[in-house]
Design a protein around this ligand. Structure first.
Ligand code: AMP
Ligand code: ZN
Length: 465
């Protein structure tokens, strides 16, 4: 089966064919580093991670760029409030961003360019636009004239007819009703960082950075551009305008946008104050794996409703998968010939892949994983799993996990000596019927995430994350 993605530009599911046969080039809008990212932002980054991991799983090479916006209205205001240089201010949140990405098991992409390192590339793009007659200067700032670009509105489906020429907007974020000529280069203001350029002393508007940096790392036309749905207008509409006006060729083949994380029916956002950072949730005792699962497990074009019940359900799902993995690893196998496990495994693996190929339908793919678990458990209970079945099953779990990344696959056979000792002490206490000590030791192990199970074959243990 071929891979299909929903392309915001055509408003259709399309068969995915990258420009180069085996390499996919992706640009993903990244964070504005003016504060800690909230978990709504991470919904978007986990969607990027799913897309990336899935393409790698399908055998593609991926070259992905995620920009770091380290100069804009919000970063400048923050730095001024803290009375520190812009770079010092943004560095702390850039560092926090990468720490949080790692906590959530998000794979690093190839390039994380910072806007402030690419001012020259932005100026070069503005120069190109000037030569082609798309810009004008007003009160020292440079604007893109949207009436000159005939396709303006094709992504967000707005009709720019009737908009007055020369009506400008300086803000980076605005709504569709406010479509106006947008700013490429802002004239320097007192107390703001600025760069000396042929367009005067100033700083870039927000939209220009993504076009300039994507050309630099991916070329003038590339395969996929991602972001949250809030970026369709104006950010991505403006990216298309300035990129296609400058290069006179299509900018991006597939635009893929993820829906929001919402709280009580509203988008989670800093401005509404209804947000949690990853750190808030981890401090409250939620595991990063459960948070990852919650953000990952809903289809990317559906909103994720954030609730504590949802997080608990995510935790149970993660535990169930982890326990299943450990059980399979520890499973004693049988010497039988007549069995059908291979077929069952193939059926579920194919269904898992097919679901993801269908516009990254992760919830359906997970459903097939859970069905596989139920079926495999039955084979194990019926003592019908051979050594080769077990190997294939473990391979399938590990391979699913290259996409999900919710499993702790560290070697579980060896525990640190002090924990091994505790388990042995507890075994002794239990055998000599000292249940009080036995329970105390069980609780101490639990604090270390070691769960004991007394079976007919003796005590078994599992590591929970
Ligand atoms: P920002 O730092 O605000 O520029 O946003 C960074 C990324 O997070 C963008 O791709 C946004 O679309 C995305 N984003 C912001 N809020 C949410 C949310 N509540 N749910 C999903 N994605 C979001
Ligand atoms: Zn962008």
């Amino acid at each position: 089966m071929s891979i299909k993605f929903y392309n915001t530009l055509s408003r259709k599911l399309e068969i995915f064919k990258p420009i180069e046969k085996k390499t996919v080039k992706i640009y993903s809008c990244g964070p504005t580093v003016y504060n800690y990212a909230h978990i709504g932002n991470f919904r978007s980054y986990i969607f990027n991670d799913l897309l990336r991991r899935f393409l790698l799983y399908e055998g593609y090479k991926v070259i992905q760029v995620m920009n770091i916006t380290d100069v804009d209205d919000k970063t400048i205001t923050g730095a001024n409030q803290q009375k520190i240089p812009l770079k010092e201010y943004t560095d702390q949140y850039t560092k926090a961003f990468f720490e949080d990405m790692e906590t959530l098991g998000i794979e690093k992409v190839e390039y994380y360019p910072k806007a402030t390192d690419h001012i020259d590339d932005m100026i070069e793009l503005i120069r190109k636009l000037e030569k082609k007659g798309y810009i004008y200067v007003s009160e020292g700032s440079v604007y893109f004239k949207i009436s000159e670009f005939k396709d303006y509105g094709k992504l967000s489906n707005i009709d720019p007819k009737g908009m007055k020429d020369g009506v400008r907007i300086d803000a980076d974020e605005y709504t569709k009703d406010n479509a106006k000529d947008f700013v490429l280069w802002k004239k320097a203001k007192e107390g703001e960082p600025s760069w000396e350029t042929e367009y005067g002393k100033g700083r870039p508007g927000w939209h220009i950075e993504c076009s300039a940096m994507s050309f630099k790392f991916l070329g003038e036309t590339f395969d996929i551009h991602t972001g949250g749905v809030d970026l369709v207008f104006p950010h991505h509409e403006n990216e298309i305008a300035q990129s296609e006006a400058a290069n006179e060729k299509p900018f991006v083949r597939y635009w893929i946008h993820c829906a929001h994380l919402i709280v009580d029916g509203e988008k989670m956002s800093k401005s509404k104050g209804n947000y949690y950072t990853l750190r808030d949730l981890v401090k409250k005792g939620y595991s990063p794996l459960a948070i990852r699962y919650l953000l990952l497990s809903t289809h990317y074009r559906k909103q994720v409703n954030f609730t504590s019940e949802g997080l608990q359900a995510a935790q149970s799902a993660v535990n169930r998968i982890q326990n299943f993995y450990i059980n399979v690893k520890e499973q004693k196998t049988e010497n039988i010939v007549d069995h059908k496990f291979n077929q069952v495994l193939k059926k579920h693996t194919t269904a898992f892949n097919t679901a993801l190929e269908d516009d990254l339908n992760i919830s359906e793919a997970l459903g097939h994983f859970f069905e596989l678990m139920t079926d495999a458990n039955k084979f194990m209970t019926d003592k019908k799993l051979t050594e080769s079945d077990k190997r294939s099953l473990l391979e399938a779990i590990i391979s699913f996990n290259t996409i999900l990344n919710i499993l702790d696959t560290r070697e579980q056979d060896k525990l640190p000596a002090h924990l091994q000792e505790l388990i042995e002490k507890r075994e002794k206490a239990r055998k000599s019927k000292d249940y009080k000590l036995s329970d105390e030791l069980r609780d101490r192990l639990k604090e270390e995430n070691i769960i004991l199970e007394d079976t007919t074959e003796g005590v078994k243990w599992k590591v929970l994350k």
